[in-house]
Design a protein around this ligand. Structure first.
Ligand code: ATP
Length: 441
């Protein structure tokens, strides 16, 4: 008989009180309904690792959807159910979310004369998962609350910092698990275990990635890009031959590594400062990973990854804009080139492009000025409008934009201040450009 360690003191000490309350509530409810409920997966792993994680995944040996309905009735909230998968998401009134899945009792018919066995359904549920460390369950029913259910030696693997699959066909079943292994390895400072590493190599030799759909690869790659240190993951993928298995053009070069390193810094800096204005970081890393490729080559990689036509077009356009801006920034001279020049180069470019330029530039002064653009310049506005110009007797037309742009540039360079000063400048420009609207070409 397997002994189950009780980790309820970890549960109490490492989770916020309201999360513990929710787990207890779920356990009590399951007991009343005559079922067993467990917290499972990454949530349990992270309790053992002492890392904060509030994505609660529950498995119920019973009817998951009925359980979820009863839970939100008790706690306040609503559910979204997927009948086909017998799963539900509880969205509580206070904003918390809890995923609930159903574990079914399954019967295994052994060959020949051996008897049919009934396997505990939680065991089957856990057996379908990716790695031992993600195949832990925590009992929630009262009396057993906090007991760790560990069928596959997960605690030992976590202690030894090892990533291990549950069976030798795991990567054949789902090759994206290889990408997950590398991602978890770098996130937790773990190592893929010896036998599991042999299975990785074997899977690569069998070209299992070729059969994998672009969308599934892209989904996993995006999760990589969302990690705190994606470059470590990308480098390990490169060393293991995973990048080139996805597409031969995705190999790391010195220059790509340099830019990816800078991107990581720039991106983390940006995230910290501008929490509410987020950039699509995967686009940046994708551009970094494919830097130096030809247009058609980039399209081929985008096709392999099943990007939509629109996404591909946007990426190509972004790359062109970045290339164009790099050319225009070449003659930059610190202290001499006016900031309004930088402003006019950067304003047409989406945020991702600006961040990429910052990472890509080797000149310290350009990086500093781009950061000034992001912090301040991009918010500069003027207090003169088209109506003001009409009042001055300037007819609507191209001259309008010209004058407003000039005032904006002067604001960016700090050469003009109050609305009065701006209006005076408009008057001066009116005289200067008069001949142009009087004699249009
Ligand atoms: P994270 O901290 O990145 O959210 P997680 O372990 O919670 O990590 P999810 O991607 O949210 O990961 O998946 C939840 C659980 O589902 C995992 O813990 C794992 O047990 C299981 N799982 C996810 N993807 C797979 C897969 N490809 N094959 C098998 N099991 C998987």
């Amino acid at each position: 008989q397997r002994r189950e360690r009780n980790i309820s003191s970890h549960v109490r000490n490492r989770l916020p009180e309201d999360a513990v309350g929710l787990l207890r509530e779920a356990g009590n409810l399951a007991q009343e309904l005559g079922w067993d409920a467990y917290a499972v997966g990454g949530f349990v792993r992270d309790i053992l690792l002492g890392r904060p994680n509030l994505d609660i995944d529950l498995v119920v040996e019973g009817d998951g959807i009925a359980f979820a309905s009863a839970l939100v009735e008790r706690l306040g909230g609503r559910i979204k159910a997927h009948k086909k998968f017998k799963t539900a998401v509880c969205i509580l009134d206070d904003g918390r979310r809890v995923d609930v899945a159903t574990a079914r009792l399954e019967y295994y018919q052994y060959p020949a004369a051996l008897p049919t066995v009934e396997l505990s359904s939680i065991k089957m549920d856990l057996y379908r998962r990716d790695f031992t460390m993600n195949a832990l369950a925590l009992r929630l029913n009262p009396g057993k609350f906090g007991q760790l259910v560990d069928f596959f030696g997960a605690e030992r693997d976590i202690k030894n910092k090892q990533i291990r699959v549950l069976h030798s066909l795991s990567f054949v079943e789902d090759p994206t698990r290889i990408l997950r292994a590398v991602r978890f390895e770098q996130r937790f400072g773990f190592r893929i275990g010896g036998q599991t590493m042999r299975l990785v190599k074997n899977a690569l030799q069998l070209n299992l990635f070729e059969k994998l759909s672009g969308s599934r690869i892209t989904h996993e790659l995006r999760l990589v890009m969302d990690e705190e240190n994606p470059l470590n993951v990308v480098e390990r993928m490169n060393d293991l031959g995973l990048l080139k298995a996805i597409h031969p053009l995705l190999k790391l070069t010195h220059e790509r590594v340099r830019v990816l390193q800078e991107l990581e810094k720039v991106f983390n800096w940006y995230k910290l400062l501008y929490l509410d204005d987020q950039a699509d970081c995967w686009k940046l890393y994708f551009l970094g990973l494919t830097m130096g490729t030809k247009r058609e080559e980039l399209s081929k990689v985008a096709d392999r990854l099943n990007f939509s036509r629109r996404e591909e077009r946007e990426l190509l356009a972004l790359r062109d804009q970045i290339g164009d801006a790099l050319m225009r920034l070449m003659g930059w001279q610190e202290g001499k080139t006016p900031l309004s020049r930088l402003y006019s180069i950067l304003t047409p470019i989406p945020l991702e492009g600006v961040l990429f330029l910052m990472a890509r530039s080797r000149k310290e002064s350009i990086r500093r000025n781009i950061s000034q653009y992001l912090a301040r310049l991009r918010y500069v506005s003027i207090d003169v409008s088209g109506d003001d110009l009409i009042e001055m007797g300037i007819p609507e037309g191209p001259v309008f934009t010209l004058i407003l742009d000039k005032i904006l540039a002067a604001r960016v360079d700090g050469n003009v201040g109050s609305r009065e000063e701006q209006l005076a400048m408009a008057l001066r420009l009116k005289k200067q450009f008069k001949s142009e609207w009087m004699n249009p070409v």
